[in-house]
Design a protein around this ligand. Structure first.
Ligand SMILES: [Zn+2]
Length: 394
């Protein structure tokens, strides 16, 4: 038995409410009703406050609205103020057994392997397009294995996307541990295979992304204008502190790694050296945007600790760099979204679900529930910004 608040959170998944919020009355297939709408209202906070939306509780839906033909789930179409929005999930995972086998590994969970239930989940959550990424498990691989693995993996990603181009795009993978090889892999993946950017871990076998070893890779990404999606691979160095209850290696270790990766990219001058880099950080950028003032104040208080890169001081205040990065919205509360938008600008936020990891089913609702945004800002967050970054046609 979980704690009472766990049940409360779970009952907050009332898709009918979400439909009402997005201003359409199309009940999803898995809606069963029968749970308290108050919890949903609590969860969504200021959901009813934004323009163009009407809040309707589950129990207000007519009984026939819940009926669905078996096995025929309806696709949730997200509408903001009468306008259909193409939603893009920038943080969705997949994996291929064939390539994981090359590292002696098995796919876990199995839901990482693409199957028809993927589309059903997207339809239920109101996700039109997933930008697929694969978390790196090949950073230990020697050059030959890494070359063969990435070639096959990127070709499989391209195949997968080609089969359903209206529902998927994908980030190219690359063997960052061999930067010169990674440069070739980006070129092939983006130019020849039509992949829409690159995904990278938050560190590479203990090396920071800001390490000069990776400069040629960032130079290539900047040249091609491709988005870099940074996903943490964990903070193994802190394992002795993160064991025990709470899954701290994930809940804290992952956002902490993103915080470290972004901070090094700022303080080591990587973002100055490659000002055209387009970077999207997972999990709302970790902790960095939540306590950004300390990054600036640290440099004011101890200027000798912020010397900038070798060729001069940092060009901007640390917090100013945060306003040029992008962030997914795996943050769980409207207040967290509101705060991140206030710190970095609403133009920098995009939708992320972490599918198939069951962190959230309400990424779209979170955008709709965030207080203080205009319709245009919501449309941009739901898909406009990600479409621009990933070259998806409107
Ligand atoms: Zn993830």
């Amino acid at each position: 038995m979980g704690a009472p608040w766990i049940a409360r959170y779970d009952s907050a998944r009332c898709p009918a409410d979400a439909e009402a919020i997005s201003n359409i009355d199309r009940p999803p297939a898995n809606h069963r009703g029968g749970h308290g709408v108050t919890t949903r209202r609590d969860f969504l906070g200021g959901a009813s406050a934004f323009a163009g939306a009407v809040f309707v509780g589950c129990e207000l839906m007519p009984p026939h609205a819940h009926a669905q033909p078996p096995g025929a789930p309806r696709r949730r179409e997200v509408v903001v103020n009468g306008r259909r929005v193409k939603t893009v999930d920038i943080h969705a995972h997949c994996a291929f057994p064939e390539t994981m086998k090359m590292m002696g590994r098995e796919v876990r969970p199995q839901s990482l392997v693409m199957a028809p239930d993927r589309i059903r989940a997207m339809d239920a959550q109101g996700i039109d397009i997933e930008a697929l990424s694969i978390n790196p498990y090949w950073y230990k691989a020697d050059r030959d294995v890494a070359a063969a693995l990435i070639k096959l993996q990127n070709e499989k990603l391209a195949e997968l996307v080609a089969a359903q181009p209206d529902r998927f795009v994908a980030f190219a993978t690359m063997a960052l541990q061999h930067p010169d090889l990674a440069v070739e892999q980006i070129e092939y993946g983006v130019k020849k295979l039509g992949l829409r950017g690159v995904s990278v871990g938050g560190s590479v076998e203990g090396m920071e992304l800001a390490d000069p070893k990776f400069h040629p890779v960032w130079a290539k990404c900047e040249e091609l204008g491709c988005l870099i999606f940074i996903h943490p691979v964990g903070t193994k160095e802190l394992e002795p502190r993160l064991h025990g209850n709470g899954g701290l290696d994930n809940t804290i270790g992952n956002p902490l790694e993103t915080t470290l990766a972004l901070s090094h990219l700022i303080y080591e001058g990587t973002l100055d050296r490659f000002p055209g880099l387009k970077i999207c950080a997972a999990h709302g950028g970790g902790y960095l945007p939540s306590y950004a003032g300390r990054s600036d104040q640290g440099c004011l208080t101890f200027p000798d600790r912020c010397p900038g890169p070798k060729d001069g001081p940092l060009k901007k205040k640390p917090t100013e760099y945060l306003r040029q990065l992008y962030y997914d919205n795996i943050m769980f509360t409207p207040e967290a979204m509101r705060h991140l938008a206030a710190e970095v600008g609403s133009s920098q936020l995009v939708v992320g679900t972490d599918y198939p990891y069951p962190w959230t089913k309400t990424a779209v609702d979170l955008v709709l529930a965030t207080p203080g945004l205009s319709d245009a800002e919501r449309v941009a967050m739901l898909g406009g910004t990600a479409s621009r970054l990933l070259g998806i046609k409107a």
